[in-house]
Design a protein around this ligand. Structure first.
Ligand SMILES: [Fe+2]
Length: 370
């Protein structure tokens, strides 16, 4: 009998995780992009801008992107969350059009676009399909230089070490040391004009990150320090009447950053696990999916859910109901499998014996409430 010996990885002890090395913050800072990119431009190698297609007819943003030489602008749809096939198509397009690897990839948009840009930059230097890298530490080669520029706040995608993709078999991120952006530009003015519901759902993604991190069993001083700050900012933004719109935009951008940093060294929990199930089977988007789920999680997060309901009421937000009532048995089983497959999330939320609490029956009962 030959015993298989697993090679230890750098993350077997305390996690040694990379952070975004360069960040610009401030209103109007988007205009510094050209100057920032100039230092990174390689001979004959273009910059490829991946921009949310909601901006396609908005000259206020697009006209401020300077394309030079053979630079390319790709408008990507976010009607659905990013798929591994969408990543593979963009990579193929870039490889067909250019002999050289791009100087860099710049993602401008919400969490979906930021994740798409991260995935494309990884797949330009790694062979095969993006679906082969969904998981933890499967990426072998350093990604192409990549820049993230959020236009809505809350997901934490601008700081995270993952890019969540829906693949043929699962909805799971490419978690790797090469995933985080090399540069982020935080310009709160880019978040002007976000529709109210979208603003709320995405902002609540941040609030839920904080609750799940702060209530989790993986909590430590690192996560707590970021999580508490982001939590307080969310309460101020969504429940006080003292902030101007401009202050609220700037604060939510920093809440998103801190919320993302908080889960980097801990984990999310029940809401995210169940929301991934909704996303995989019904295509429910992350922000609204988290809200639909969190609304029914009083037993796990009593204080957080109470505040969440106050925030919903204050901003007059409605959530869809009965979204799981028409599911077939097979769909329900897939949804439960997807949620329960996210073991670290459950372990963080409920401890080592999570399987005794998060039973298939319990999950079915929760889904049927939504
Ligand atoms: Fe999230």
């Amino acid at each position: 009998m030959i015993e298989k010996v697993e090679q230890p990885t750098v993350n077997d002890g305390y996690r040694n995780f990379p952070m975004v090395p360069k960040v610009v913050f401030g209103k109007g800072s988007f205009d510094q992009l050209e100057q920032i990119l100039a230092a990174e431009r390689k001979d004959r190698a273009p910059f490829v801008f991946i921009v949310d297609d909601i901006f396609e007819n908005q000259p206020s943003l697009v006209d401020r992107i300077t394309l030079k030489f053979n630079d390319k602008l790709i408008f990507a749809s976010t009607i659905e969350e990013p798929k591994t096939t969408q990543v593979d198509e963009i990579v193929k397009k870039i490889r067909t059009e250019y002999k050289e690897l791009p100087s860099g990839i710049i993602g401008i948009g919400g969490g979906s676009i930021l994740d798409l840009a991260k995935a494309v930059s990884i797949m330009l230097t790694n062979s095969g399909s993006a679906s082969e890298y969904q998981g933890w530490d499967l990426v072998k080669k350093k990604a192409v230089y990549h820049v993230g520029i959020p236009t809505i706040s809350g997901t934490g995608a601008e700081v995270s070490r993952t890019c969540v993709l829906t693949g043929p078999e699962k909805k799971l991120g490419i978690n790797s040391d090469y995933t985080p952006f090399d540069q982020v530009i935080l310009d709160p003015d880019l978040c002007m004009g976000v529709p109210k519901n979208q603003w709320f759902y995405t902002g609540m993604d941040c609030f839920i990150h904080c609750v799940e991190s702060l209530q989790g069993t993986f909590l430590n001083a690192f996560s707590q320090s970021y999580g508490e700050k982001a939590y307080d900012l969310c309460v101020e933004i969504f429940l006080s009447d003292d902030l101007t719109a401009e202050e609220a935009r700037a604060k939510l951008m920093m809440a998103s950053w801190h919320g993302g940093m908080s889960i980097a060294y801990s984990q999310v929990g029940v809401a995210h696990a169940l929301s991934y199930g909704l996303g995989y089977v019904l295509g429910t988007k992350h922000g609204i999916g988290n809200c639909i789920v969190f609304n029914h999680l009083e037993e796990f997060y009593p204080d957080g859910v109470k505040l969440f309901k106050q925030m919903m009421e204050k901003h007059d937000i409605d959530l869809p109901v009965g979204i799981c009532s028409q599911l077939t048995d097979a769909q329900m089983e897939t949804m439960i499998d997807t949620a329960l497959g996210l073991e670290p999330l459950w372990e963080n939320a409920l401890g080592n014996n999570w399987r005794d609490i998060a039973t298939r029956e319990k999950l079915r009962e929760l889904y049927l409430k939504m």
